[in-house]
Design a binder for this molecule. Structure first.
Ligand code: P6P
Length: 329
């Protein structure tokens, strides 16, 4: 029987792999793991307590906010604020970034970006949800308040990124730029345990993932790509929760697409909080993530706004490159 390797043990043991080998990044990953356990507890009983349903507000991207989104955002902020390991957080649930005061004079070198609860429209129907996060080294002068430039960094500048999937089990999958590893929460000991070491995505898969309901509103070349896969008898799987769809593709191979449409040519998904962290992680697993129109890597896009939206095609390298060929034809 293999020995259990907990998340904390893994991070500590691999600390030498982390850029700048500082305890801060270790501490940040621990903080995110802690927040994930707390959010998991509430997600697992969302049907039992008065935390279901819409909170009656919209977030910065105009999406109706569910109470669990607010709760998840607060828990992440709380966990990151208490340790003072980062100097600021930008979240899909907050209009502007949130500077964090230094704790006991500690000068933090990192900022965190997050989508606290992605796919939250699925809360009421018990479909998997996710938390997405990314960690950057700050660009502004250490010791001062974090600045907008600390968050408007390309995905290629990430020093760590990952997600938590609240599904049939709770999984934390992340990278620090040295490959991708997955940890499953063992509720009996309250620890994330290494369950998916060194994840690599297959060159191709048998599934594609897109909201087929928008077919009529896609670009003609996107329609031709979808028709090609439909005629090739590929399977269509679409959950409406990006973390769940991308996680399935990471493990099974495939391609997830959220192209622009006539009414939303720039696409729906957020560059900072969804596409960059997941794109960076996918690249680390041997996959690819590109903009559906420019075909550039999403991690190469220079962000210009905190809530900027982009289109994305992400997944198996061979399938993303096949999509590229259709878009160039
Ligand atoms: P649509 C959830 O709201 C989300 O941001 C992603 O998790 C998901 O992939 C996408 O939007 C679903 O959007 O337009 O297909 O409902």
């Amino acid at each position: 029987m293999n020995r259990i390797v907990t998340l904390d043990e893994f991070i500590t043991h691999r600390q030498k792999d982390f850029p700048y080998a500082s305890g801060e990044l270790t501490g940040l990953l621990h903080d995110i793991g802690l927040a994930a356990k707390i959010v998991n507890r509430e997600v697992n009983k969302a049907g039992l307590v008065n935390i279901l349903g819409k909170a009656g507000t919209d977030n910065a991207s105009g999406d109706e906010v569910q109470k669990l989104d607010i709760y998840a955002n607060e828990k992440l902020l709380e966990s990151l604020r208490n340790s003072g390991e980062c100097c600021g957080v930008a979240s899909e649930e907050m209009e502007d970034f949130f500077p964090i005061q230094s704790v006991e004079g500690k000068q933090s070198n990192y900022v965190v970006i997050c989508d606290p609860l992605d796919g939250s429209s699925n809360i009421d129907v018990n479909v998997s949800l996710g938390t997405i996060f990314g960690i950057y080294r700050r660009k502004s002068h250490p010791g001062g308040i974090c600045e907008l430039e600390d968050f408007l960094q390309k995905g290629s500048e990430l020093v760590a990124a990952g997600y938590v999937l609240y599904g049939t089990s709770t999984l934390l999958v992340f990278t620090t730029g040295k490959g991708v590893n997955g940890f499953t929460l063992d509720p009996s000991i309250g620890e994330f345990c290494l369950s998916h070491p060194n994840i690599r995505i297959a060159e191709r898969g048998s599934q594609y993932s897109i909201n087929q309901g928008y077919y009529k509103r896609f670009d003609e070349k996107v329609k031709r790509f979808i028709d090609h896969y439909s005629n090739a008898r590929m399977s269509l799987r679409y959950i409406g929760s990006m973390v769940a769809d991308v996680h399935r593709i990471l493990l099974k191979g495939g391609i997830f697409l959220y192209p622009g449409t006539e009414d939303r040519p720039e696409g729906k998904l957020r560059l900072l909080y969804e596409c960059n962290p997941l794109g960076y992680l996918m690249e680390q697993a041997g996959g690819k993530a590109i903009h559906c129109t420019t075909l550039e890597p999403v991690t190469a896009i220079q962000p210009t706004a905190l809530h900027q939206r982009v289109s994305i095609a992400i997944g198996s390298k061979g399938m993303v490159e096949e999509f590229e060929q259709f878009m160039k034809s």
